[in-house]
Design a protein around this ligand. Structure first.
Ligand code: AMP
Ligand code: MN
Ligand code: MN
Ligand code: MN
Length: 283
């Protein structure tokens, strides 16, 4: 029997993915994924369409979101899984984060114009009714021929400290965890090794996250190796956190990341889905 494929982190056109929610689900099904969480940045707007397609495809859709948060002046991404997307406090918190995103996007467009990139405010129109992200700016810089690769857009303009960087006063990490829990969900620290923290800082982050009510870490992430999985397993066991599996798929343009293409969660780690309802239980 084929082993069950689970992927609990990906994006659609509701934030910075390039496939519509339905297309993400259809692609997941085609890739053999049977349990999928759609986790757009600071929005749950794609979940209804995704759930409808998931019923057609026989995929179990886990309602999710990826929240941009601040802890100790640093940005942390907290994924909420298996939550009620209509929970009022969560909705209000996400709305605040989206307002911060729109304000930042306007500020970034101004900065890019000053850096000589004409029409940077087109990005605001292109982001339209969705959630504007730095990825939208990176794609615009690529389309305009200002950079040759997406990565170059981040390295030259969009990273912390670069010309178009604008810091954001995101929702505090503790508040995001509280909203996720109030909505009946599990709070998962996204891509824990991607923040560039030293070991000592990781221990502080994980202590704070766990004390706030965080439940799990993304242990198996898209396009990482066995060594990083081992490191993450060590952190999960040491801090009593469960493990999640998360491609962070944004679209088929990136050949390195595919839905469901992940290392299996090592058996020493308790899966984040261990006590979910039978609907989501990958039994
Ligand atoms: P934002 O949440 O608006 O700050 O945008 C963050 C998003 O930009 C992430 O979710 C990634 O999809 C993307 N991103 C961040 N850093 C990089 C990078 N160095 N290279 C490519 N994409 C990146
Ligand atoms: Mn993203
Ligand atoms: Mn993230
Ligand atoms: Mn993500």
């Amino acid at each position: 029997m084929r082993s069950l494929s689970i992927d609990l982190h990906c994006h659609s056109t509701e934030s910075d993915g390039t496939l519509a929610p339905e297309a993400v689900v259809a692609r997941a099904a085609a890739q053999g994924v049977s349990v999928l969480a759609l986790t757009d940045h600071d929005t749950v707007d794609g979940l209804d369409a995704a759930a409808q397609e998931a019923r057609h495809q026989g995929v179990a859709l886990v309602p999710g979101v990826e929240i941009s948060t601040l802890w100790n002046g640093r940005e942390l991404h907290v994924v909420g899984l298996n939550l009620d997307p209509a929970h009022p406090a969560l909705e209000a918190g996400l709305r605040d984060n989206r307002a911060r995103r729109w304000a930042r996007a306007e500020h970034m467009a101004e900065k890019l114009k000053k850096a000589g990139v004409a029409d940077a405010d087109q990005v605001l129109l292109q982001a339209g009714g969705t959630v504007p992200t730095r990825t939208h700016f990176a794609r615009f810089l690529l389309e305009q021929g200002v950079v040759r690769e997406l990565q170059q857009a981040f390295d030259r303009y969009l990273k912390r400290g670069r010309r178009a960087w604008v810091g954001v006063d995101w929702m505090p990490m503790e508040e995001a965890v509280a909203h996720i829990r109030a909505a009946g969900g599990c709070a998962v620290l996204a891509h824990p090794l991607a923040y560039g923290f030293t070991g000592a800082w990781m221990r502080r982050v994980l202590t704070a996250f766990r004390d706030a009510g965080g439940e799990a870490l993304e242990v198996c992430c898209g396009n990482t190796g066995a060594q990083r999985v081992r490191t993450s397993v060590g952190y999960a066991l040491r801090f009593g956190l469960k493990g999640s599996v998360a491609s962070d798929f944004h679209g088929p343009e990136n050949p390195w990341i595919e839905l469901g293409r992940l290392d299996p969660l090592p058996p020493t780690v308790t899966p984040v889905w261990v006590d979910w309802s039978s609907h989501h239980q990958p039994a």
